[in-house]
Design a protein around this ligand. Structure first.
Ligand code: ZN
Length: 434
């Protein structure tokens, strides 16, 4: 039985988006292991995800898929045998990817393996050690300050063995082979905004989209951060030319204003559409240029691929106080923010779907307009000068890649005017629909 997405007013989708975040929250995820599988199994109740398992040791470009990590239990006991730190209370207490350990150590040795946030003494930090063998615990700075001299017993019941990296993929074929790619990372343990919010929104979007007839094809991938996108790109490197645009979804449930980080090229159709939707939705937002730091857009925008993939979040990556701490919990995200984010993503899709693309049938220099009666066709209009200029813009940019919306933005002319002129050019046989 699949869980249905509801969009009616009496049952707003915000509640459903939050419910899915809540369901996934307790699971201890990592870049590999059963936490990822359990999470994807939950998503399979909503959409028919394909699950891919790529073996440890597989070479993916310059990286190697690491051994699979799984965790059963972890704690620290004081000299009296009291569990003072317990993974079962909060899975952030464990340094993610810790190797197994069991033994008695003194406080000084223990402290070499402890991580805290002295500036945020009530919060537990989220720390990982994927590619360097290590073990450790994360705790609040208050807990740390209460540690007394003495012997401590540490226990981490983890395994790091040959296995696989798991990711989920869902494809919805459309009329065109060209694809829009949506990606969310699924490797964080109990953190809500980063990134359960993105997973929940993409899952519900996919569920809605599959019910419709779409012009574009849509691909949703749920992958561990960095190594997951590198793996996916390595597996699909021959298919990437189909990707028309994409978004990395994360940080979508907090109260922050929207942040759009442009693709590396910065002027792709996706960049134009997202900025248009944010302006039209009248939501507070900022647009920033691409930087090679952040989420998986780093990999999608690697120089070899340079895909038209941006990153649309609310708060900016790393810029809110609860980021990568126990403060990024279910209290930080709210149904209404998730819902507003969902609507922006939905508007981006519907704008893409409505976009009109033409190809200039006479791209070898400017076609001769006079002999086709084009000056006469627009001559009687009060804004004929503007229409003439719009005509030149449309002819120059109609290469199948720039939509009419894109041409309107770039030329500075109103969309209605550009559409009207395009219709005239179409009538004269200068354009063809792509
Ligand atoms: Zn993160």
């Amino acid at each position: 039985m699949r869980t249905a997405t509801k969009t009616s007013k009496s049952n707003p989708i915000g509640k459903d988006l939050f419910k899915l975040c809540k369901k996934m929250f307790p699971i201890c995820r990592s870049i590999t292991g059963d936490g990822v599988r359990k999470t994807l199994a939950i998503l399979q109740k909503y959409i028919d995800l394909d699950i891919h398992e790529i073996q440890s040791g597989t070479q993916v470009f310059d990286w190697t898929i690491p051994k699979e990590w799984n965790i059963k239990d972890a704690w620290i006991k004081d000299a009296k045998g009291n569990k003072i730190i317990n993974f079962k209370d909060n899975n952030l207490h464990l340094l993610n990817y810790s190797v197994p350990v069991h033994g008695k150590i003194d406080l000084a040795t223990l402290k070499d393996h402890l991580y805290t946030l002295p500036d945020q003494p009530d919060l537990i930090p989220y720390r990982t050690s994927y590619y360097k063998k290590n073990w450790g615990f994360c705790l609040t700075h208050h807990q740390y300050e209460q540690l007394e001299e003495g012997t401590y017993e540490v226990f981490i019941d983890s395994s790091l063995e040959a296995g696989s990296l798991t990711y989920g993929e869902f494809f919805i074929p459309g009329k065109k082979e060209e694809e829009i790619l949506f990606s969310a990372h699924i490797c964080h343990p109990s953190l809500a905004n980063d990134n359960l919010s993105g997973i929940s929104i993409l899952t519900h979007l996919a569920q809605e989209l599959q019910k419709q007839k779409n012009t574009f094809s849509y691909r949703f991938i749920f992958i561990p951060g960095t190594i997951g996108s590198i793996t996916w790109l390595a597996q699909n490197k021959d298919q990437l030319s189909k990707i028309k645009g994409g978004l990395v979804a994360s940080l979508l449930g907090d109260s922050g204003d929207f942040t759009y980080k442009k693709s590396r090229r910065g002027n792709t159709e996706m960049d134009v559409v997202v900025q248009h939707v944010l302006e039209k939705s009248k939501v507070e937002h900022r647009v920033i240029d691409f930087i090679p730091y952040g989420y998986d857009e780093r990999q999608f925008c690697a120089p070899a691929f340079d895909l038209a993939v941006g990153n649309l979040t609310r708060s900016q990556f790393g810029e809110y106080p609860e980021y990568h701490t126990s403060g990024d919990n279910l209290d930080l995200i709210q149904a209404r923010y998730l819902e507003a984010s969902y609507q922006v993503y939905q508007n981006i899709i519907s704008t893409f779907e409505k976009n009109i693309f033409y190809r200039n049938r006479f791209p070898n220099c400017e076609p001769q307009l006079g002999k086709r009666g084009l000056y006469d066709a627009i001559g009687g209009n009060s804004n004929s000068k503007m229409m003439q200029m719009a005509m030149l813009w449309i002819l120059n940019l109609s290469d199948g890649e720039h939509s009419l919306l894109h041409i309107a933005k770039k030329s500075g002319y109103k969309y209605a005017l550009v559409k009207k002129v395009a219709k005239i050019l179409l009538g004269k046989g200068l354009l063809e629909r792509v």
